[in-house]
Ligand binder design. Structure first.
Ligand SMILES: Cc1cc2nc3c(=O)[nH]c(=O)nc-3n(C[C@H](O)[C@H](O)[C@H](O)COP(=O)(O)OP(=O)(O)OC[C@H]3O[C@@H](n4cnc5c(N)ncnc54)[C@H](O)[C@@H]3O)c2cc1C
Length: 306
């Protein structure tokens, strides 16, 4: 069972209840993906045993608490069968908003979980205890200190999705992270465009970026099949070329399994896509949720400064 845990943060780190949420998820046989609002505590979350993936969710909205805005940003990234959050005031608000957005059931303030999924919680101000069974997909908030915390020693992958309205900030962060990891001496870089580029003429924007950073330009099969101007020699994927560059930038590419087959072993993947649910974000180390019309000018401007 895939469980998405919304990390409870304290401003500059994780609240201890986050490890308890992961422990509770493991107790019902779940594997946890932890979402860190604002990117807070991502490294800490990656070290919790039982966490398979951490997604650092960045965005302007995380500068101060706004349950609706946080829920919207987190909802676009959350997947899986169950979403778990702490039964704190902020956790409850985010959880309830996400359940409403998805039109799925929610149980607040659970104190025990069992297979099935059975959920136990106090009702009538603690005068009675209710145990009910909830179907998936669902949202559950858990009371702090009611569950054993998962231990340390984990080593989960951390990826980042940036939902900033200010795309330039997201681009700067992506470049900073990519440059941290790339050895310039052997920088083999590919920037690829998909059908989301809208018109073959728009590949000129990819060519401009490629000229600045010495990259090759690739394409998805949909782009190659749709437009005669984009040659098949550019196609990356199962029936195209298999590439393993140190940096792969996917622009307007959904991330179909056949495309991923050709590029998922790239050392560092940056994705630009207007759809927060695009599968490409599942393999991206850094995702920018924006149109290429917004993101590429910012990318060009930042790269020219380097
Ligand atoms: C046997 C077989 C082999 C295949 N081999 C390959 C292969 O080798 N390589 C390959 O790529 N595919 C291959 N495919 C096709 C694959 O299944 C997909 O259809 C293809 O990868 C989709 O390409 P795409 O992501 O460019 O297009 P789409 O699926 O149409 O996605 C376009 C994306 O662009 C985004 N977008 C739209 N407008 C904008 C904008 N303004 N700014 C930012 N984002 C925007 C959308 O949100 C969407 O995610 C194969 C399929 C089969 C059946």
């Amino acid at each position: 069972m895939d469980i998405t845990v919304i990390a409870e943060t304290t401003g500059d780190g994780l609240h201890p209840v986050t490890a308890q949420l992961v422990g509770a998820a493991s107790s019902i046989g779940g594997t946890s993906t932890v979402l860190c609002p604002g990117g807070v505590g991502a490294a800490e979350a990656a070290s919790i045993a039982g966490v398979t993936k951490v997604i650092s969710v960045k965005g302007d909205c995380f500068s101060s608490f706004d349950g609706g805005a946080w829920a919207e940003a987190l909802n676009s990234v959350a997947g899986g069968d169950v979403i778990m959050a702490a039964a704190s005031p902020s956790g409850r608000e985010i959880a309830a908003t996400m359940a409403a957005m998805r039109e799925i059931p929610i149980v607040q303030d659970a104190t025990a979980l069992g297979p099935g999924i059975s959920v136990t919680r106090p009702i009538y101000s603690g005068k009675a205890i209710e145990t009910s069974t909830i179907s998936t997909p669902c949202v559950i908030t858990l009371r702090a200190n009611a569950f054993d915390a998962a231990g340390g020693g984990g080593n989960a992958d951390v990826s980042t999705v940036n939902r900033s309205a200010d795309v330039a900030v997201a681009v700067r962060e992506a470049i900073a992270k990519a440059s941290e990891r790339l050895d310039v001496a052997e920088a083999d870089i590919i920037i690829s465009g998909g059908r989301g580029m809208g018109d073959p003429a728009n590949f000129s924007h990819l060519n401009e970026v490629a000229d600045i950073i010495g990259a090759a330009v690739g394409a998805s099969r949909a782009a190659v099949d749709t437009w005669d101007e984009i040659p098949h020699s550019m196609q990356v994927g199962q029936t195209g070329k298999t590439v393993t560059p140190r940096l792969y930038i996917a622009v307007g590419i959904s991330g179909a399994i056949q495309h991923l087959a050709g590029m998922r072993t790239s050392k560092y993947i940056v994705a630009i896509n207007k759809d927060p649910d695009a599968p490409i974000f599942g393999v991206a180390d850094y995702g920018i949720v924006a149109t290429w019309e917004e993101a590429l000018p910012a990318l060009k401007a930042e790269l020219r400064k380097l």
